[in-house]
Ligand binder design. Structure first.
Ligand code: SF4
Ligand code: SF4
Length: 371
């Protein structure tokens, strides 16, 4: 398992985490076994926006004696009073629900306290007015909440909350369908995206620049991308391609596939030992030609570069530096081989499925950084 460090914290977060939205398909006993197996495999990150109340007590029993081995995302706005998920912006209900979630999880602290599922400015205003953000901040001041997060699907709204300067983590829906086809398609229920390709990429870069980690939900577009029949491209991608796609985006720390069973967990864990070609999602370049063309997605399908350039990483640092990330320039300058080492062999141009003129781009990057 690989780990990525939370920019504003010491936590090292596993690149694979677990979403709980479908885990109620298993019994409580099975949920405990799934958690055991996940922790034994190095997974340490668990999102708790569950469809039902069921996983909380099972997770609570599962973490006994090893609370320090796991991080929980707890959602201030998810309500389980009826036994199934409900969304609330009522402060008293939020307080009751968070108390209940902590009791069921047998914990006295929350690693990531999330402003839950806000997509509209009106909803943001309403939770501010209700005092929910203030409540999370108070819990952070008391040490009960360690970091504040936000879950959302909408770049505009996320930017408004990033402007407040309170976030350490964002839970955002990232997959090729949302990035390249978002807003243009008639998505099925519970599967929607917002923002243009450029707005979404700008958001990922802003998160990296602002030191806000991203945990990824809906990496498979609710499963739609895994079948040619339901994929918005009419072509299927695999789970491993979708996970790698999300992990390559700036700011992303972890991807949270929804696990229904032990078989799901084992299959997802196969990502850790998958061969590079199993994770290579460059076929996407032939799915979404208009929107994807000419823009480097950092996939490194064009490797190997005979001059030893890490083409994807160099492009990522360049884009981040231009969007205001001051650390990106230092990272770039620490690379052993930089853009000025490009010998203009043309290999990357001929290999790139996204039709990026990388030879020209390397000249542009070398000129920008002066090396
Ligand atoms: S140039 Fe093309 S193949 Fe190479 S990293 Fe960028 S998008 Fe991928
Ligand atoms: S054109 Fe430059 S960056 Fe691309 S493969 Fe050749 S040497 Fe590497």
């Amino acid at each position: 398992m690989q780990y990525r460090k939370l920019p504003k914290g010491t936590e090292r977060i596993s690149v694979l985490g677990i979403g709980t939205s479908s885990i109620q398909a298993s019994s409580e006993r099975e949920i405990e076994e799934i958690m055991d197996a996940a922790i034994a495999s190095g997974i340490n990150f668990f999102d708790m926006a569950s469809s039902e109340a069921k996983p909380f007590a099972a997770y609570g029993r599962g973490i006994k004696g090893r609370r320090d081995k796991v991080y929980f995302q707890i959602h201030f706005g998810a309500n389980y009073e009826t036994g199934t998920y409900g969304w609330t912006t009522n402060l008293d209900t939020v307080k009751r629900s968070v108390d209940w979630q902590m009791k069921a999880l047998q914990t006295d602290y929350i690693d990531f306290g999330f402003i839950h599922c806000i997509d509209e400015p009106a909803d943001l205003q309403s939770i501010e007015k209700a005092g929910i953000i203030r409540y999370i901040e108070e819990l952070k001041e008391k040490g009960v909440v360690r970091h504040i997060g936000l879950s959302s699907h909408t770049p505009n709204l996320v930017n408004k909350v990033l402007d407040m300067g309170i976030l350490d983590m964002l839970m955002f829906s990232i997959n090729p369908a949302y990035d390249y086809a978002g807003g243009e398609l008639d998505y099925a229920t519970d599967s929607y995206a917002a923002g243009s390709v450029a707005e979404r990429m700008d958001l990922y870069r802003r998160c990296e620049t602002d030191g806000v980690g991203i945990s990824v939900m809906k990496a498979f577009s609710g499963g739609q991308l895994l079948s040619a029949k339901t994929s918005s491209f009419g072509r299927a991608l695999t789970e491993y391609q979708c996970i790698q796609y999300a992990l390559d985006k700036p700011g992303v720390l972890t991807v949270l596939p929804g696990v229904r069973s032990m078989a799901d967990l084992k299959r997802i864990l196969g990502f850790c030992n998958a061969a590079p070609e199993e994770k290579d999602y460059s076929i996407l370049g032939s799915f979404a030609p208009q929107d994807a063309a000419g823009k480097c997605v950092y996939c490194n399908h064009c490797q190997p570069c005979p001059a030893g350039l890490d083409v994807g990483l160099i492009n990522k640092y360049y884009d981040l530096a231009r969007s205001g990330d001051t650390l990106a320039e230092n990272h770039y300058k620490n690379l052993a081989v930089k853009a000025d080492a490009c010998v203009r062999c043309g290999h990357c141009n001929s290999r790139c499925p996204f039709h990026v003129d990388q030879m020209a781009r390397m000249q542009e990057i070398a000129a920008y950084f002066n090396c």
